[in-house]
Design a protein around this ligand. Structure first.
Ligand SMILES: [Zn+2]
Length: 166
């Protein structure tokens, strides 16, 4: 794997960290055209109370606005977690050229794990997918987040029972 793919995946990871700072599941994405980042996004589902605000959707929207059209010709997408069905659909719709992702998603991954909407031959556009870019680091970020969340829930529960006994 060329080092530039790791460089852009690190940019996507930086976006994911912004999500984590807001208490969101840390998922980040960037869109790259001719070596330049033209769109960035991180998961904002909870903060904005909007189930469509996945990292990829936000990055696609930003790139379309920046490039002045819905066709993201010559654009590659880097995302820390395998795209879900909605995002894989948006990737096909926006004519993105290649997708690079970090961790696989056994529960919702539709870029090769549960199915591959990006490579569906019956659609009018297919997108090659490259899995496992900085996979361990991307996975670790998610694992750490959920570990902290469980810990916090446990502490909250403890605090509530302490208040009750007082
Ligand atoms: Zn998604």
């Amino acid at each position: 794997m060329e080092p530039q793919h790791e460089r852009f995946m690190r940019e996507a990871m930086n976006e994911a960290k912004k999500a984590a700072a807001l208490g969101e599941v840390p998922i980040g994405a960037v869109i790259v055209r001719k070596g330049e980042i033209v769109g960035r996004g991180y998961n904002l589902r909870e903060t904005q109370k909007d189930p469509t605000l996945h990292a990829e959707m936000i990055a696609i929207r930003e790139a379309s606005q920046k490039l002045g059209g819905w066709r993201l010709i010559g654009c590659d997408l880097y995302v820390t977690l395998e795209p879900c069905p909605m995002c894989a659909g948006a990737i096909v719709q926006s004519r993105i050229e290649q997708v690079y992702y970090g961790a696989t998603d056994p529960k919702a991954g539709c870029a090769g794990t549960l199915m591959n909407l990006c490579a569906e031959p019956r659609f009018n556009h297919q997108v090659p997918v490259w899995a496992g870019i900085l996979q361990e680091e991307c996975q670790m970020m998610l694992k750490d987040f959920f570990r902290q969340l469980r810990k916090k829930k446990k502490e909250d529960a403890k605090n509530i029972s302490l208040t009750q006994t007082d």
